[in-house]
Design a protein around this ligand. Structure first.
Ligand code: CA
Length: 235
């Protein structure tokens, strides 16, 4: 990629900052660092970074407050970094408008994959903002055909129901990103749908039987424990 993207790291732990900084700079990203929430909010306004990597446990404020504040005026992708013990925070962060998360401790490849996904989404957003997806999504043998509204495995029609198709196509539109149960339910069954994971789970079990070779070890749609589902990146 010729033009460099700038990434703002908001994190107070020095060792994590230096790990992320090294990793990102080695991959040709410009890196900015904010050590606390106050500084982060200032730098987001003054530098408008392309992507923000945000630790939720900051010394001066809860990272969730930053998401809420930034989302009032910016759609910049936010990748949340959180400790495993703060499971509920991930859900809250995504529902507040964060794009993704990584759980501490995480490795280089995971961090870079999240950043690439975020950047792909900025590019996609400006290329066809607000438009419905057309064409197809492909990942391995899986094809989602948005015009025919069918899903294929190889040449075979997976014979999804309407609801199953909606779930798969929605996940594919956001491929690489985790979608929360709440987000999926609202988008599939409507704003007023009651929050019921069970129906979503039943549908997911049926989808997996139809599209996965081994539903117990899925290759296309992954479960993010306690948070939601993620579609594998497209080819
Ligand atoms: Ca921290």
């Amino acid at each position: 990629m010729s033009n460099r993207y700038s990434i703002l790291i908001v994190e107070d732990e020095k060792s994590i900052v230096s790990f992320m900084k090294t990793t990102l700079m080695a991959n040709e990203y410009d890196v900015l660092v904010a050590r606390d929430g106050e500084q982060a909010l200032m730098m987001i306004r003054s530098h408008s970074p392309d992507v923000i990597i945000l630790d939720l446990g900051l010394p001066d404020m809860d990272g969730l407050k930053i998401i809420r504040s930034v989302r009032e005026w910016s759609q910049v992708p936010i990748i949340v970094v959180s400790a495993r013990s703060r499971e509920q925070d991930k859900v809250t962060a995504l529902d507040l408008g964060a794009d993704d998360y990584v759980t501490k401790p995480f490795g280089t490849s995971e961090l870079l994959a999240r950043v690439r996904t975020a950047i792909r989404h900025i590019i996609g957003r400006s290329a066809n903002a607000q438009s419905l997806p057309d064409g197809v999504f492909r990942a391995g043998d899986l094809t989602v055909d948005y015009k025919k509204r069918h899903v294929y495995i190889g040449e075979e029609d997976a014979r999804l129901t309407k609801v199953e198709y909606k779930i798969v196509s929605l996940l594919s539109e956001y491929a690489g990103r985790v979608l929360t149960y709440d987000f999926l339910i609202k988008n599939i069954w409507g704003e007023n749908a009651s929050y019921n994971n069970q129906i979503l789970r039943v549908n997911m079990a049926n989808i997996r039987r139809k599209i996965e070779k081994d539903p117990a070890d899925p290759q296309y749609i992954f479960t993010e424990m306690g948070v939601g589902y993620r579609m594998v990146d497209g080819d």
